[in-house]
Design a protein around this ligand. Structure first.
Ligand code: ATP
Length: 209
């Protein structure tokens, strides 16, 4: 499992979301080319990813939707679930808490942190907000493994350092500022501005054609 490419892990999560919708509609089997169409990729890519996790469908019926959802879950979810914290309860942090509330049982936002005294002590969608001075204590007590950073860019590195010191194992950095973390902490950086500028660039190119 350690050797699964990062992109495969990303796609497995996307396949599962698509498969859950199929299951809801009562579909029991699905072909690789159907998954490929939903995800805008090739059927060869889908088959390659699923072969990497040791799953093969039948030629006649394709993949069993329920079995595949369960197998992907066994591979990407941790059996006892993962507790998550949000650092920075501004507009983005609050939006993420509300978005995730009750959505994914194996990924649970259990705490948030801020420096603003007006926010500390509040609860949003059942998630309490603590001061950053309590980070180490709360992260240990609540067994929080992942931190989502939604602080202003200028506080990105100090927040990452605090999280590492507090024993966090993975960070999703939503700020536009890249951070450094030790090798044993998995870091994913998602800069919305870059993504939006990229989309806008391709729109501009189309308009120039
Ligand atoms: P709001 O108007 O509610 O503050 P915002 O989205 O404009 O929202 P930002 O200035 O982007 O807020 O800051 C995001 C959040 O990060 C705020 O709640 C702010 O108090 C908090 N914050 C700022 N610095 C830190 C820090 N060093 N550690 C933790 N939280 C911080």
């Amino acid at each position: 499992m350690k050797h699964l490419p990062h992109k495969t892990i990303e796609r497995l999560s996307q396949y599962r979301r698509a498969l859950l919708i199929c299951l809801e509609k009562g579909q029991t089997h699905i072909y690789s080319h159907e998954i490929a169409t939903i995800q805008h990729i090739t059927a060869v890519q889908v088959r390659r990813d699923l072969m990497l996790i040791g799953y093969t469908g039948t030629l006649r019926k394709g993949y069993n939707v329920k079995e595949l959802i369960e197998l992907i879950g066994e591979i990407i979810d941790s059996s006892e679930g993962i507790n998550v914290a949000i650092i920075g309860m501004g507009n983005l942090g609050r939006a993420l808490i509300n978005y995730f509330a009750g959505k994914r049982s194996h990924l649970k936002i259990v705490a948030s942190f801020d420096i603003n005294p007006d926010k500390i002590g509040n609860t949003m969608s059942g998630v309490p907000c603590y001061g950053t001075d309590e980070m180490s204590k709360v992260i240990a007590e609540k067994d929080i493994k992942v931190g989502i950073m939604t602080v202003p860019a200028e506080f990105a590195s100090q927040t990452a350092d605090l999280l590492v010191k507090a024993g966090i194992r993975g960070i999703l950095n939503y700020t536009p500022k890249p951070v450094n973390v030790p090798k044993y902490v998995y870091l994913e950086e998602y800069d919305m501005i870059t993504s939006l500028e990229k989309v806008a660039f391709y729109v501009k190119l189309q308009e120039l054609e």
